[in-house]
Design a protein. Structure first.
Length: 397
């Protein structure tokens, strides 16, 4: 118990610090008992009210009385409290509040009720599963997380994540278990480009990694902020699918051949192209355009050399920066999907290419160059003005 009584908002802030799993539901409610009950659900409401009654009894009594005003809704949690688990002052408060409910005609058991915390389905029937889609062309993917709903049914979280752009979109749905099971079953046998099953904590690790990359210029979706504890908190040893693949599979034996195969997939559009933020790409396009169409009178060979130099500089810049590590992580995620699709050799090629990107050397620059040329392909296909018959601008390595 604190030395001095605290108001409900301040006491709830203390509760949020003590009950980390409920913090993202407590704080957005801003001390509003109605919003708090809606955000917490049955289990969370029971935890928070029990904590307040035991640690901040005056604030706990204020919250209990507010919830008692809705006996068919938030007030039902009062009947689930087990007096024997509370200290004596808290038990007195609970008796007073329950007496008030009884005097208004609410059926309150004479004997202390057994805890009735949100009955969950049997373990064999409980849903705790996750799916992830392959990357789209920009590098985003959808993480789906199905978890039991305290009031019955299932909560289905749909989160669009990107390791560079952060959490792009968030949605939470409530559905019947049979409907979610049907979706999970159908998605598991979908097309090669469909969702793939992953461990739930791996899904949370993907979400947490994307959230950590959220740019300062873009706020996290409000819904995600409210549900972050359910979607992005996991044991410290949790691994993303890519990390699982890296530990479970050896990379391809012939690293050079694997790198060449992955380079071919980048060039033909099988992988990527996962372009960087638009400003950097626009500046690169301007540099290449200037190299191709400058006002100086130079030979075709000189122009081609200028273009090559601009692309080489861009590839080298990418290879030294965050792009290399981010792309290595993406290739490992692709490896997991290929592995689970029984394409083990291709998965090992991706793991080998990911290793190349994490090590300095010409191989890393070569992979970065393949991405650069893919991004610039529309520009490079355009013939310079007045030189439609000129020789090809690029010599493929």
């Amino acid at each position: 118990m604190s030395a001095e009584p605290m108001g409900l908002p301040e006491a709830l802030e203390r509760a949020a610090s003590a009950l980390r799993r409920d913090a993202d539901a407590i704080r957005p409610a801003n001390g509003d008992p109605v919003r708090l009950a809606e955000a917490l659900g049955s289990e969370g409401s029971l935890r928070v009210l029990s904590w307040l009654l035991a640690n901040e009894p005056e604030a706990g009594e204020e919250l209990a009385e507010a919830w008692a005003e809705d006996p068919d809704g938030a007030g039902r949690v009062l009947l689930s409290l087990e007096p024997g688990t509370l200290p004596k002052p808290a038990r007195k408060i609970l008796r007073r509040v329950l007496h008030g409910l009884r005097s208004r005609g609410v059926a309150v058991p004479d004997e202390a009720p057994q805890p009735r915390v949100a009955t969950l389905p049997p373990v064999a029937d409980a849903i705790d599963e996750a799916r992830v889609t392959p990357f789209d062309a920009r590098g985003a993917r959808v993480v789906s997380l199905a978890t039991p709903h305290p009031g019955g049914g299932v909560r289905l979280f749909q989160i669009v994540v990107d390791d560079e752009r952060g959490i792009l979109d968030f949605e939470v749905l409530s559905a019947a278990r049979r409907d979610v099971r049907r979706w999970l079953r159908d998605s598991a046998r979908g097309s090669a480009r469909g969702p793939v099953a992953i461990p739930p904590d791996s899904a949370r690790a993907l979400v947490a990694r994307a959230a950590a990359s959220q740019p300062a210029s873009r706020s996290l979706p409000r819904g995600f902020v409210e549900w972050r504890a359910r979607c992005a908190e996991m044991p410290e040893d949790s691994k993303t699918p890519g990390e699982i693949a890296r530990e479970a599979l050896p990379p391809a034996d012939d690293t050079s051949a694997a790198r060449e195969r992955v380079t071919g997939w980048i060039r033909n559009g099988t992988l990527g192209p996962w372009p960087p933020e638009s400003r950097w790409l626009q500046e690169l396009a301007v540099r290449v355009s200037d190299a191709r169409g400058g006002v100086l009178v130079v030979s075709d060979a000189a122009r081609r050399e200028q273009v090559r130099a601009a692309i080489d500089a861009a590839a080298d810049e990418l290879a030294q920066g965050a792009f290399a590590s981010r792309t290595a992580a993406r290739l490992e995620e692709v490896a997991y999907l290929l592995w689970k699709g029984e394409r083990v050799d291709e998965a090992r090629d991706c793991l080998a290419a990911a290793r190349v990107l994490r090590e300095p050397g010409a191989g890393r620059v070569s992979l970065a160059r393949a991405f650069v040329e893919t991004w610039l392909a529309p520009l490079l296909r355009e013939a310079p003005k007045g030189e439609e018959a000129a020789a090809p601008l690029l010599v493929t390595p």
